[in-house]
Design a binder for this molecule. Structure first.
Ligand SMILES: Cc1ncc(COP(=O)(O)O)c(C=O)c1O
Length: 387
């Protein structure tokens, strides 16, 4: 008997996890590593979130399954966020709570795409969209959104690929941090509308911005699925809580899928998420955003000093995406050298961009300012050694 693995399940591994594994091994041996490879805050959940989780544990409640679309009070809290952040009236019936933005993406794709549908994904972009789409039988179509497109998705690029059933965008973007302004978002929304293309807008990095504000696709249309998460702004990656906002009929379809695939989102984490929406929690999160901004400035200055002067516009999220051509190395090789010879972990662009990623490196600045200052020192030291 020969039992085979499925073809569609054969998705590419996330290469940055290789750097993560090597960093962990070095740390376990007692070698110091400054970690700029992983996109997650070094801080814990806001204190009101921790308190809310503790209260739920102490309450004696069984903490059993919640409704498949989440606790009503959390759905209302998320709906209220759209009023306070974007002045948009969203109702709780349009919100479904999910296990992070990851489950929100998968559920959204299942809710609106058929097997064989061509779905646009930005390149450079978050690689998991492509793997998720392939694993459910859709055809991911890479849309060039690099230097020439000023790191934004444009209607021209969409016209050029043609025949799409859907499009996934993220603003601010991972890996670049670039924000699409109101004009660029309107152009994409209108193009999708005219071409009957489902727009999925991953807004997981909303709230983490320096000067520019983030506009939600929800401000321009209700005919899209908007995805959010507690992972990044709220500093709660491991709690696994995210959401979708969509038309009520789409929300209902997502809920039915969620009920069958996952039953319900994690109960204790939902209680924590309710705590994360309080004013005290928000002011803690704003403190982190200020730190990311300082870190971003420090790192981009150091990168320019060592010759990496071409950086993607980093308006938000907590990344700096740098062109590393002046090093004369491919990003995978440079990442290996930096990690093993200098103790600096960064993510090679090849994860995010199959075409051009060997020329780019992504740095996460979501750690402490001390760790970013150390990263800057290492870069200067490397530069002196390599000239
Ligand atoms: C653009 C983007 N979308 C989705 C995710 C998944 O986030 P979550 O932790 O909410 O599942 C990430 C994680 O890094 C991301 O960068």
């Amino acid at each position: 008997m020969t039992l085979k693995l499925s073809q569609r399940g054969r998705v590419a591994p996330f290469q940055v996890m290789e750097i993560v594994a090597q960093s962990n091994a070095l740390l376990a041996q007692g070698t110091s590593v400054i970690r700029c490879e992983v996109g997650q805050p070094s801080t814990s959940a806001p204190s009101p979130a921790l308190l809310a989780a503790q209260r739920a544990l102490d309450s004696g409640d069984a903490l059993g399954y919640t409704d498949s679309d989440g606790l009503p009070s959390l759905r209302q809290g998320i709906a209220d966020l759209y009023r306070s952040r974007y002045d948009q009236g969203v109702t709780a019936s349009e919100v479904v709570v999910t296990a992070g933005a990851s489950a929100a993406c998968l559920l959204s794709f299942l809710a609106v795409f058929e097997v064989g549908d061509r779905v646009g994904v930005c390149e450079p972009g978050y690689p998991c969209y492509e793997q998720m789409l392939s694993s459910i039988g859709c055809i991911p179509v890479r849309i060039p959104c690099g230097v020439e497109a000023h790191f934004r998705c444009t209607p021209d690029a969409l016209e050029a690929v043609g025949g799409l059933a859907g499009l996934v965008i993220a603003s601010p973007s991972n890996p670049t941090g670039t924000i699409m302004d109101a004009a660029s978002l309107t152009a994409i929304v209108q193009w999708c509308h005219h071409n009957d293309v489902w727009l999925i807008s991953d807004e997981i990095y909303h709230g983490i911005t320096s000067a520019k504000s983030c506009r939600s696709v929800r401000e321009f249309t209700e005919e899209a699925i908007v995805i959010g998460s507690f992972s990044k702004y709220f500093s709660m990656t491991g709690w696994r809580v995210g959401w979708t906002v969509s038309r009520p009929d789409v929300a209902e379809q997502i809920t039915h899928l969620a009920a069958n695939l996952f039953l319900a989102p994690n109960t204790i984490a939902q209680h924590a998420a309710i705590g994360a929406l309080t004013p005290t929690a928000i002011s803690e999160c704003e403190e982190h955003v200020r730190r990311y901004d300082v870190n971003r400035q420090l790192l981009s200055t150091a990168l320019r000093e060592v010759g990496f002067t071409t950086l993607a516009p980093h308006d938000g999220a907590f990344y700096v995406y740098a062109n590393i051509d002046p090093s004369g190395c491919a990003s995978n090789d440079l990442a290996t050298t930096w990690l093993h010879e200098f103790g600096l972990a960064a993510a090679p662009g090849t994860d995010f961009d199959q075409a051009d990623g060997s020329h780019w490196m992504r740095f996460s600045v979501a750690g402490s300012t001390e760790s970013i200052l150390s990263a800057c020192e290492i870069l200067r030291h490397w530069s002196l050694r390599s000239t």
